[in-house]
Write a protein that binds this ligand. Structure first.
Ligand code: AGP
Length: 605
């Protein structure tokens, strides 16, 4: 997820480009750059680091050009570096592009362009775009762009400028967000509304397949084939602060609602012909037939995702001992490690001190290490033998939401691939893969339950305690649900195995005690329901999350998840429990994005 800006008009472009990128830094901030264009040519300045570093590079320059594009990066391909920063230009320095998204077929395009003699300077997928446009450029940049768009697969919000038409910015949109704006001084484009609000509130949200041509006096809209399209302009009713949160009240709410998109982005290129594609595993060069043990190691929410993954792996490959461990324990514990051990480290930030220390310990003992992180070039990504990336984009809120569900999705892909490499027949995973393909829609449907969840969260308004219960895979969901509630609402929340209640915890249940119960695991649903009824009999107020198959006549507060594989219930359930924690925190007036005592990345022990 990156931030893009573009402008062409009657005033210098640079001030708009930079202030727009500043408003979009929440979308990515590991490098930044701009290209300005006029009849004399293209002028590109870009750097690894934050926008302030770019501003310093530009500080003493007189740059009156009235057209240009800008980019602030959240790296997905190619670590943060000057060369990997955007914009990317062609060798003749006559075309420059900025891109947000993932070009799925960039490798094959790059291979062909290299064969044609095109020089690549970066490790990014985006660079193929500018050389592909150059390849088709026979004097008409609009025609060249249309031809190039026909070959791009994946997601892109793309801005293009060229010396051939220095007063024009071309914008193409598919699967990544892009808006355009217009005012008396010119035409604007950006990844998100905040970037343009100080210049105009008249915007048009581009749709997939839109190709916009920005000129000083207006915007032309076409489809990718160049056919003119009707334009739908709107006037933005809200202010800048709200806009940076996409119109949501908090980053946490926004990030909960980004989950359908970021799950889609994380799965992009990972399911090919109904099979899981994880080419990174080839780099591991692991003798799978010698695998002795698997550890999933992480902290906090990532640890909860690790417990999910370990159970999924154990179910499919029971003969290989596997463990999910908190990194703070792993780093000091005496765990068997050998060159035939695979340690999988899960982390949103890739900088968590305990997880980094745990990885170092594994490497010292010769174990193979694989990291699943959300931040390219982070500490874990640099140290692990192999890294897989969630594509959740920057997660600003301290409470991890979209990072968690994208971890679950990517860990499911990893466990499926590992199981196949260990001899488990592919047929065993058809339902899981089908469910993964439907997951963006499933999560979208869960978000539609938010009003009902909000009503149920009111049951916590005057409570200091809440108890979460579940069996089997539901247990990992309730552990994560309890963590979410604790960290944003400060309500004391505990998670218990439903079957363990009668061995002590049920003593805590009193009249009015709120119990959030999960019964999504069909083979033990009846047992779980009877555990839940035991709490009701002692006065508990039960919120039940279950499937449409479950009879719920005895329950007043019910939320339903779709009948998918019991192994993937954790994902739709997570969305409901995130919303539950969010609304409970809002009702209690807590600082949802920055809860007391917590940090987004715990880089100290
Ligand atoms: C989760 O909501 C918390 N923010 C916290 O538990 C977090 O998951 C943990 O600190 C691990 O962070 P990481 O994923 O960046 O390693």
């Amino acid at each position: 997820m990156c931030g893009i800006t573009g402008f062409t008009g009657k005033e210098a472009a640079l001030p708009f480009l930079l202030q727009g990128l500043e408003k979009l830094e929440y979308r990515g901030y590991d490098s930044a750059g701009v290209t300005l264009v006029d009849a004399k040519g293209l002028y590109t300045v870009k750097t690894k680091g934050r926008l302030k570093d770019l501003r310093e590079l530009l500080a003493n320059e007189h740059l009156p050009q009235t057209a240009g594009i800008g980019h602030t990066r959240w790296a997905t391909h190619g670590v943060p570096s000057n060369l990997n920063s955007h914009p990317h230009t062609n060798a003749k320095n006559t075309i420059s592009i900025v891109h947000n998204g993932i070009i799925e077929n960039y490798a094959s395009i790059k291979e062909e362009l290299l064969r044609q003699g095109y020089p690549f300077v970066s490790e990014t997928d985006s660079e193929v775009i500018v050389h592909l446009i150059d390849y088709y450029d026979k004097g008409d940049i609009f025609e060249a762009l249309k031809k190039a768009l026909r070959y791009l697969q994946g997601s892109f919000a793309l801005c293009v400028v060229s010396t051939a038409n220095p007063d024009t910015v071309y914008v193409a949109k598919k699967d990544s967000p892009m808006i355009v704006g217009h005012s008396s001084i010119g035409s604007f484009c950006a990844s998100d509304i905040p970037a343009v609000l100080e210049y105009t509130k008249d915007i048009m949200t581009l749709e997939d397949g839109n190709l916009a041509v920005l000129k000083a006096d207006g915007v032309e809209l076409y489809d990718f084939a160049g056919n003119p399209l009707p334009q739908h302009w709107t006037h933005v009713p809200y202010d800048l602060q709200a806009a940076q949160k996409g119109g949501y009240d908090t980053f946490m709410e926004k990030e909960i609602h980004e989950q359908p998109h970021v799950i889609q982005e994380t799965l992009r290129g990972r399911i090919v012909n109904d099979d899981i594609s994880l080419n990174e595993l080839d780099q591991l060069a692991f003798p799978w037939e010698n695998l002795e043990r698997v550890y999933f190691v992480a902290c906090g929410t990532a640890y909860n995702a690790s417990m999910f993954a370990q159970d999924l792996f154990r179910h499919h490959v029971p003969k290989i001992p596997s463990f999910a461990l908190a990194a703070s324990e792993f780093r000091y514990g005496s765990y068997y490690l050998s060159p035939n051990t695979l340690c999988i480290f899960v982390s949103q930030s890739g900088e968590t001190a305990d997880t980094l220390a745990a990885l170092n310990r594994a490497k010292e003992r010769g174990a193979k290490t694989l990291a699943i992180v959300n931040v390219l070039g982070s500490g874990l990504a640099r140290k692990a033998d192999v890294t897989l990336y969630t594509c959740a984009g920057p997660e600003i809120a301290v409470a991890s939401t979209k990072a968690y569900t994208t971890q679950l999705v990517l860990l499911t892909c990893l466990v499926i691939k590992m199981s196949e490499l260990l001899g488990v027949a592919r047929e065993n995973f058809k339902e899981l893969i089908d469910n993964l393909k439907d997951m963006p829609k499933i999560v979208e449907d869960m978000l539609k339950e938010k009003d009902q969840v909000h009503e149920y969260a009111k049951l916590l308004a005057d409570k200091h305690d809440a108890y979460f219960i579940g069996r089997k895979m539901d247990y990992f969901s309730v552990v994560e649900g309890a963590l979410k509630l604790k960290e944003v609402s400060y309500i004391h929340a505990d998670a218990y195995l439903a079957g363990e209640l009668k061995h002590g915890p049920i003593a805590l249940i009193d009249k009015g005690t709120v119990v959030i119960a999960l019964a999504t695991q069909a083979d033990v649903a009846a047992k779980t329901i009877s555990n839940i009824e035991e709490t009701k009999a002692r006065g508990a107020v039960v919120i039940l999350i279950t499937t449409s198959k479950q009879n719920t006549d005895k329950f007043n507060y019910v939320l339903r998840v779709p009948n998918i594989s019991p192994y993937l219930m954790a994902i739709p359930v997570a969305v409901l429990l995130q919303l539950f924690a969010y609304y409970a925190a809002v009702i209690k007036g807590c600082d949802v994005d920055k809860p007391r005592n917590l940090a987004k990345s715990v880089t100290v022990e």
